[in-house]
Design a protein around this ligand. Structure first.
Ligand code: PLP
Length: 429
């Protein structure tokens, strides 16, 4: 059986379709589609083999293993999930990936695996509501401090560093406002700080790549330590399964595998399979179509008299356009601003936005009022009242979230149908 070459000269687009067709992680040579494995436990030839498997847990997980791994028990390692992990590591230029049951399971693991009591995590102040809730409601219970800064100016990070800081965490583009953080600038600051630190006390920088997806940006290429992301969204793509992943270098493999083994929250093989078989192979094509529509819809909204402001990294008016062009690049190095749009009504009140979204919920055929994002269907929501409602209003204001701020995740419907739905709703409020 021929093993898949790691860095072949085949395009990423094709690699995402054929990726793990031949792998030592599964004994097969005739399947065209990767198999869905469904076994919680694995027969061991001997106690010694089982013991060796436990000892080699992290090493066997690595992508460059060319002998058959010793599987023991699903929560430790499992072939279908492991094939998805190989693909995810490849697509984001990481050495290893670890899949979790949800995006939040991956994010909490990425933040927590290296921390101990007394440590501090610095967050960019605009982020997904549940990540904020994790930082505000849980970390302090374990003696971990959460600090919120404005990372749009990287100098704020320099000013906030102290020996207790162990993790720097941000989203770019941020949910929901789509503002960007300069990944290279943050990575450089962290690298300079790490040079002064003793072994084991290095800061880990983490980017939530849920909005960007590996199609639009590969944070590790900019010097970021790890990405954490929800696979429930653009990577899964069809809205049928939840999942999350951490992608990083081998240096952290044993610690993350140990964390996942003991804290649990591992991705079920039955959920890994659709992401591997449908999600990743269609990521580029779905993303291309969604992005093409996002350009048209953002321009339509920007020219509408009832709209005050539209945030979409592809717009000429986007305040961080130069940074967007620098760090949001697809696999062919084209500018890739993605499929997410945030907009604010001229009459910037919660009532007006609620009226708009309720009208859409009742009347728009091609737009669905629902949380989540990155699906083939266009979804609209009002973050201040839904996905980010656990963030107090004063904190939402600090995070530059407007009262009428609405978030659109563009699907693969015809752009004109989405625009027609928005146009009708805007006329009727
Ligand atoms: C930016 C971002 N990160 C993480 C998550 C969490 O993902 P999941 O719902 O898969 O736990 C979400 C969910 O909306 C999100 O928008």
């Amino acid at each position: 059986m021929k093993k898949q070459e790691k860095k072949s000269n085949v395009s990423m687009e094709s690699h995402l379709i054929h990726g793990v067709a031949c792998t030592p992680k599964w004994e097969y040579s005739h399947h065209v589609v990767p198999p869905l494995s469904s076994s919680v436990t694995y027969r061991l030839d001997s106690v010694e083999r089982g013991l060796a498997g436990f000892k080699n847990l992290a090493k066997m997980h690595a992508t460059d293993v060319d002998t058959q791994p010793t599987y023991i028990y699903d929560r430790l390692d499992e072939p279908t999930r492991s094939m998805l992990e190989d693909q995810l590591a490849y697509v984001e230029n990481g050495e290893v990936a670890f899949c979790f049951a949800t995006g939040m399971a991956a994010i909490s693991a990425a933040i927590l695996f290296s921390l101990r009591q007394g440590d501090e995590v610095i967050f960019h102040k605009t982020m997904y509501g549940c990540t904020y809730s994790l930082s505000a409601n849980w970390l302090h219970k374990y003696g971990i401090k959460s600090t919120y800064i404005d990372m749009l100016d990287p100098d704020n990070l320099v000013k906030s560093l102290n020996p207790n800081v162990k993790v720097v965490y941000f989203e770019t583009p941020a949910n929901p406002t789509l503002e960007l953080v300069d990944m290279k600038a943050v990575a450089d600051i962290v690298e300079a700080e790490n040079k002064k630190r003793p072994n084991g006390r290095e800061i880990i920088s983490i980017v939530d790549n849920t909005f960007g997806t590996p199609r639009c940006q590969r944070p590790l290429d900019h010097g970021i330590t790890a990405t954490a992301q929800s696979l429930t969204k653009n990577v899964g793509g069809f809205g049928t399964d939840m999942g999350g992943a951490i992608i990083t270098s081998k240096k952290y493999e044993s610690e993350i595998m140990l964390y996942r083994k003991d804290i649990g929250g591992v991705l079920a093989a039955k959920c890994a399979w659709p992401i591997l078989v449908y999600g990743l192979p269609t990521l580029v094509e779905r993303g291309r179509k969604q992005q093409e529509s996002a350009y048209k819809i953002a321009e339509y909204l920007e020219n509408h008299p009832k709209i005050r402001r539209v945030s979409f990294p592809g717009l000429k008016s986007f305040p961080q356009r130069e940074l967007a062009e620098r760090q949001m690049r697809d696999f062919d190095d084209n500018f890739a601003p993605g499929n997410m749009i945030y907009f604010v009504l001229k009459e910037d009140t919660e009532e007006k936005a609620t009226q708009l979204l309720n009208y859409i919920a009742k009347n728009a055929y091609s737009i669905t009022l629902a949380v989540s994002l990155g699906h083939i269907r266009t979804l609209i929501e009002k973050p201040g009242s839904l996905t980010h409602s656990m963030i107090p209003r004063e904190e939402q204001e600090k995070a530059r979230m407007d009262k009428s701020g609405s978030r659109l995740s563009i699907g693969i419907e015809k752009a004109d149908d989405i625009i027609a739905g928005l146009d009708d709703a805007l006329k009727n409020i």
